[in-house]
Design a binder for this molecule. Structure first.
Ligand code: MG
Length: 251
C-alpha cells in the first residue's frame, strides 16, 4: 500500500462522508437554473455541508480557497472561485467539492449544462463521465495506476476529446491530496505504481472539445483551456477492495 494505513473506523468515516458529499451534489443539481449566481450556489453548498455536520475542506488552512466549492464554467476546467456571475441557459458548469467528516476527506466532481445541452455538450459530458467509470472498472483488486489511466484514455481518445494531462487524480483520506499523488488520465497498461487493497483514491478525468493545453487565470486559481474550448470533469473517491472497488461518493 502506498498511501497511509486507514483503520476500519476511518474507512467508515469516508463511507459516511462520501454519502453526504453525494447527497449534496445530487441536491445541488436542483439549485442550478438560469439566473442563479455562483455565490448563491456556494452559500447553499456551505449551508448544506454544515447541516450535515461536515467541514468544507477548501476553506480550511490546508487549501485556503475562497469558497466552499469550485464552480468552473464553460472553458474553465477546475478550481474556479464562485463569483457574482449568474448562470445562463447553455452554460456548461463543473462542480468540484471536498468535505471532511469525522476527520476524513472525500472528493467528487461532476459537470452539467444549465438547461438543454447541445449535442456537442452532451457528447463531452457523456464521454467524460464514461471514462471515469472505465477507469474505475479497470480496478480489480490490486491494480497499477497505468491500468486506470489506459482505460480512461481509451474512452476519451475514442470520443475524440482533448485529455487534460497536467491535472491528475490522487490519494485522499486523511488529507485532500496525499500519496499516491499521480493517477493520470492516460497511461499504459501494466505500468506505474501498484495500488493495494485499502487504498482510497480520487479518480478525476477532465476532457475538452478542443485541444489539451491549459492556462492558469489571473486569479491564481482558475485553470482554463488555452483554446477556449468547453471542458468537463467527473470525479469519484473510491476504496480498493479485495476483488474490485467501492465507490464512496455515490448514493
Ligand atoms: Mg475534486
Amino acid at each position: 500500500m502506498i498511501g497511509p494505513h486507514k483503520t476500519p473506523a476511518e474507512v467508515q468515516a469516508m463511507r459516511d462522508g462520501g454519502k453526504i458529499l453525494a447527497t449534496i451534489l445530487r441536491d445541488l443539481r436542483e439549485q442550478v437554473k438560469p439566473g442563479v449566481t455562483e455565490k448563491e450556489l456556494d452559500d447553499w453548498v456551505g449551508a448544506e455541508i454544515a447541516r450535515h455536520g461536515a467541514i468544507a475542506t477548501y476553506k480550511t488552512d490546508e487549501v485556503k480557497f475562497p469558497g466552499n466549492i469550485c464552480i468552473s464554467v464553460n472553458e474553465q476546467i477546475v478550481h474556479s472561485i464562485p463569483t457574482d456571475y449568474a448562470l445562463q441557459e447553455g452554460d456548461l458548469v463543473s462542480f468540484d467539492l471536498v468535505i471532511e467528516y469525522n476527520g476524513m476527506k472525500t472528493d467528487s466532481a461532476f459537470s452539467m449544462v444549465v438547461g438543454t445541452p447541445t449535442s456537442a455538450q452532451k457528447h463531452l459530458l457523456q464521454a467524460t463521465e464514461r471514462s471515469l467509470y472505465a477507469g474505475i472498472d479497470a480496478i480489480k483488486g490490486p491494480t497499477r495506476v497505468g491500468d486506470i489511466g489506459a482505460a480512461i484514455e481509451a474512452v476519451l481518445r475514442g470520443a475524440k476529446l482533448g485529455i487534460i494531462r497536467e491535472l491528475v487524480g490522487h490519494g485522499v483520506g486523511h488529507e485532500m491530496h496525499q500519496e499516491p499523488y499521480d493517477i493520470a488520465n492516460y497511461g499504459r497498461k501494466g505500468t506505474g505504481l501498484l495500488l493495494g487493497v485499502g487504498e482510497t483514491i480520487a479518480i478525476e478525468p477532465m476532457a475538452t472539445l478542443g485541444k489539451e493545453k491549459i492556462v492558469t487565470e489571473k486569479d491564481g486559481w482558475t485553470i482554463s483551456t488555452k483554446d477556449g474550448s468547453l471542458a468537463a470533469h467527473f470525479e469519484h473517491t473510491i476504496l480498493i477492495t479485495e476483488d474490485g472497488v467501492e465507490i464512496l461518493t455515490m448514493l
